[in-house]
Write a protein that binds this ligand. Sequence first.
Ligand code: SF4
Length: 452
Amino acid sequence: MGLSGLEIYKLLPKTNCKKCGFPTCLAFAMALAQKKISLDKCPDVSEDAKGALESASEPPIRLITIGSGDKKLDIGNETVMFRHEEKFYHPTGIGFLIEEGSSEDEIKKTVSEIKKLQFERVGQKIEVNLIALQGRSDKDKFLCALKTIIEGIDLPLVLINEKTDALKEALEICKDKKPLIGFCTERNLKNMSDLAKTYKVPIIVMGEDLQSLESLVKNINQAGIRDLILYTGEKSLSGKLWDLTQIRRMALKKTFRPFGYPTFTISASEDLFEEASFAASYVAKYAGICILKNRAPWQVLSILTIRQNLYTDPQKPLQVEPKIYEVGKPTDKSPVLVTTNFSLTYYTVEAEVEASKKPAYVISCDSEGMSVLTAWAAEKFTAESITRALNKSGVKEKVSHNNIIIPGYVAVLSGKIEEESGWKVTVGPREASGIPTFLRALEKRWKQRSVK
Ligand code: SF4
């Protein structure tokens, strides 16, 4: 949280000497608060005030980058507790744990399964971000596992090993990939700090409770290390949510610097449903990273979906371009369906048309990204707007009939649309799930009509 002009003013010399080019210290403070000038324009500011002002100008939760290149992951730099207050900026990194004891074949299989965990949802590609390798006692196995992972996949890495000699050798192998390393505890603080400094990599700091975490972070900060991720170890769901919420609240509401970093979580349970629901809770409640032990595609898709929903801008619904879309290979005799341009609505309709195996045209009308009923209630999906969309889409040149299908929820618009547009309206099903049955029945009706 930045300081106000008055708060900055209290830290200035208050001599109104004008050396900064401003008539008073207060004017300078106001300009500084609005980030119009930099602090170094005042030559007389004390070192203490400088420290306070510089740290106040940092974001409340530091932005941390893991990895390098196209796949690098940015987390942190969040500004609100609840997404409706503004938005969440940097989606939780989702990754998978690989243990050093796994055989080479097992690791290769795991890596190839992880590669397939990419999905398309409402027109966006959603995918996983990280691989975490955990070492325990066998350095050689840890390093072999690392090499197999690097050969198989290009994702940012988390290297977990409390033995810093093993981590050092691992960093020599993959230092260019800028992995995240951990866990830094009381026991290995000095060696871990040295590694983070030497290899310029971020580090996971682990304290069993918030007090020990705070003191560890302060010690690491004193060693000059600022790229940190916070972890409070394995806990019950409620314990973990408590920690995550307190850390976020202290960082944002109290500008408490030791907690001004993203957080790390591991969701682990033999029960896959439980593991997925824990992970979903961590994503919803501020985890910067969430590592899973299992990787069933349905688990991962549900977690990625929750993440996608949380990290969209609540003020801007996901929209598709308002235009005519072809589903399958439609001809001049294919049906024409009309819907809104809310992504979820459009893609649901598109998926159902595809499932029907009946090629069709789908016209998405500009409804400012609202779903059918909401847009109708807000007068964004009206006879006039549908007519405009039909005219603009060029559908007249594509089909040799003049029939359109509108969603069942807006059957009330039928007469007015026919009047305004000259197209004949057929009322479709209320729910998109009814589209396949509807299109098959419609095709039969049209065939019978043409035979007569
Ligand atoms: Fe105040 Fe510093 Fe500007 Fe002088 S140079 S007026 S002390 S802010």
